[in-house]
Design a protein around this ligand. Structure first.
Ligand SMILES: Cc1cc2nc3c(=O)[nH]c(=O)nc-3n(C[C@H](O)[C@H](O)[C@H](O)COP(=O)(O)OP(=O)(O)OC[C@H]3O[C@@H](n4cnc5c(N)ncnc54)[C@H](O)[C@@H]3O)c2cc1C
Length: 398
């Protein structure tokens, strides 16, 4: 029987009370506690492993208690409830200290919806429960050195050989591929067909012999991206998602899911943690600390920060949801504007470490925010999408 929202909330509270500590009141006071701003920060492999393990253990608990896949179909272990229920869960969970779940963003917000929409029964049964239980992690194997915004130009090949596909080529910018168990792969299966008609999608087991994952170091110090090389790696045909040469159709689901999971709440991991880092109350205290809060230009910027913050929050929760490209673009734009505004407040302190609390730490946001304007599709590509798909403007010449 479907619970009411109140009954469900009571169930969630009981689960959280029994399994997690309440977060301390989330009031920020300048100079107290850690000033760390974690955006693509450098982590040792031991720290990364520990974070992944803690996140997996938490998901396993959520799954056992019936909160692992609140909106998912019951046949794959989901609760079959409306997105409203997921939002109730997320709102309540935000008041507790639970391990960060960001590493599941791609697995649950992007790869799982793609499998659910286009995968065979075998793929759904094999992977969906394990993904939501946190047992396995997933990445996207899409971009290549010669194919980013124009992904249809990709050249990684998949050649049929009996019941197997032989994969050769290279992917790049594959976030978290170094600890993923599977990857959503797009590969060219037909050379003669028009670009978008010769591509097939696969769920690629990352442990397949012939796979080489090489981390790339980012300017923030972390190494979340990778290059992935395929040297005649063989996978079974049952790992194919959708029909042969119908990969572009599959990819449309992937793309929409990814944008939604960045800009919308309750879709995957909802909104961007980066927006919260530049919460207005925090930045107001920064301005006060440096005696800038009476400066009319700074006050105007603080008002804009507050407005932008609220707009991102409201957009993320809008029903019916905002077009994913618009939500993703608006979120990325706000975070980047916030990062540059904070840099203006701090002046040279953001690039030279004086040891002063709450100053140089912001460099992580400044360096990391720009990634949001690129990952999941660039700002320009989002604007094209909104122009053509939402506003009905003429298509750009291809
Ligand atoms: C944080 C992050 C995470 C990522 N994670 C993954 C991942 O997990 N898996 C994966 O496969 N990829 C990933 N990527 C790669 C990402 O999808 C690509 O970087 C992105 O699609 C842009 O491609 P590109 O870098 O090749 O730039 P290009 O496509 O070469 O674009 C260069 C510039 O040209 C502009 N441009 C291109 N086409 C147009 C157009 N038609 N109209 C107007 N302007 C245009 C772009 O806006 C950009 O400014 C990630 C990237 C980032 C930053």
């Amino acid at each position: 029987m479907t619970p009411t929202l109140d009954e469900f909330a009571a169930e969630v509270r009981a689960f959280l009370d029994a399994n997690a500590d309440r977060a301390a009141q989330d009031e920020f006071t300048w100079g107290i506690g850690s000033d760390e701003i974690t955006v693509y920060a450098e982590k040792s492999s031991a720290e990364e492993e520990a974070a992944v393990r803690a996140a997996q253990q938490w998901r396993a608990k959520m799954w056992e208690a019936g909160f692992g896949w609140i909106t998912g179909p019951q046949e794959y272990g989901g609760r079959g409830l409306d997105p409203e229920f997921e939002r109730v869960y997320l709102d309540l969970e935000a008041h507790y200290r639970v391990p960060s779940q960001t590493m599941f963003g791609t697995a649950l917000g992007v790869v799982a919806p793609t499998i659910l929409a286009h995968g065979s029964d075998w793929l759904k049964e094999r992977y969906l429960p394990r993904l939501f239980r946190g047992e396995i992690l997933a990445c996207q194997l899409l971009s290549e050195p010669g194919a980013g915004s124009d992904l249809a130009s990709l050249s990684t090949r998949a050649t049929a050989d009996g019941d197997q596909w032989v994969i050769s080529g290279q992917k790049v910018w594959s976030s978290r591929a170094h600890y993923s168990d599977i990857g959503l792969l797009l590969a060219r299966t037909e050379l003669e067909a028009p670009k978008r008609k010769g591509i097939t999608a696969f769920i690629y087991p990352m442990g397949t012999p012939g796979t080489d994952v090489r981390p790339l170091r980012q300017m923030t110090g972390g190494s979340e991206f990778n290059e992935v090389f395929f040297d005649d790696a063989r996978i079974r045909d049952r790992h194919r998602v959708g029909d042969v040469n119908a990969g572009w159709l599959v990819f449309r689901t992937t793309l929409q899911s990814e944008r939604a999971s960045i800009g919308l709440r309750g879709a995957g991991y909802g909104g961007s943690g980066l927006v919260g880092l530049a919460a207005p109350e925090r930045v107001v205290q920064l301005a006060q600390h440096f005696g800038l809060s009476d400066d009319p230009v700074v006050r105007q910027d603080l008002a804009r920060l507050h407005t932008g913050y609220r707009l991102v929050e409201w957009n993320a929760n809008r029903r019916p949801p905002l077009a994913p490209a618009a939500a993703k673009y608006a979120t990325a734009r706000h975070v980047n504007w916030a990062a540059s505004m904070i840099a203006r407040l701090l002046g040279p302190r953001i690039c030279a470490d004086t040891g002063e609390w709450g100053t140089y730490a912001w460099k992580q946001l400044l360096l990391g925010a720009c990634a949001m304007r690129i990952g999941g599709g660039t700002d320009e590509v989002m604007k094209n999408g909104v122009g053509e798909g939402v506003l009905g403007l003429p298509k750009e010449p291809s």
